[in-house]
Write a protein that binds this ligand. Structure first.
Ligand SMILES: [Zn+2]
Length: 197
């Protein structure tokens, strides 16, 4: 008797079907991508994932049980993914990848939609653009580093995804009203006051 709970293998045949968007495999299996949390039909036109991130499921229910979400583009359950859930896919991805350069086009690729549609849906649900969301995460992380480490502004800028220190400082000041150095100095002074000297 076959073990029904055993994980499906990503065979060469299935991998070829994914790479070539082969419709004849639709509903014979589904594939999920661990790095994005999305699952698709083999025929999905989205970007070919990294092979090591792929998981195979016999049916959509299994994928959903493992907390993967249906792709917006190929609709593996036949139903449309609600906007709010789609936006969660985007925010999760940005929360995990804030340190890397990320364009709207790349985000749209990993989240399986057009850049225009993604941008519009994100703004409708979050009342800010994906770029603004990303900057909020980056500046929030930068504040953590300034408070809790002795790293320089240049080092922190790099760690939170800014390639150029001057741009990091500009964005930081725009969002907080102070430069990274001033921010750190303020926290040190607050710390001294708290100490009740
Ligand atoms: Zn898909």
């Amino acid at each position: 008797m076959p073990d029904l709970e055993a994980p499906e293998m990503l065979t060469e045949e299935k991998w070829e079907a994914i790479v070539h968007n082969d419709e004849s495999y639709d509903f014979k299996f589904f594939y999920a991508v661990k790095s994005t949390g999305i699952f698709c039909r083999p025929s999905c036109k989205s970007k070919v994932p990294n092979r090591e991130n792929v998981r195979i499921f016999r049916n959509a229910e299994q994928a959903i049980r493992e907390e993967f979400r249906p792709c917006k583009r190929c609709k593996p359950t036949g139903e449309r993914l609600p906007d709010r859930e789609w936006v969660e896919v985007m925010t999760q991805y940005m929360d995990q990848n804030f340190a890397e350069p990320l364009s709207l086009t790349e985000l749209a690729e990993v989240c399986h939609g057009s850049p225009y549609h993604l941008h519009r849906t994100f703004k409708k649900v979050m009342h800010m653009t994906p770029a603004e969301y990303m900057q909020n995460i980056r500046i929030g992380k930068a504040k953590d580093y300034l408070r809790n480490t002795g790293k320089t502004a240049a080092e922190i800028g790099m760690l939170v995804g800014f390639q150029h220190t001057s741009y990091f400082i500009t964005v930081f000041k725009k969002m907080t009203g102070v430069t990274p150095t001033e921010y750190r100095q303020q926290r040190v002074e607050e710390g001294n006051e708290d100490g009740g000297a």
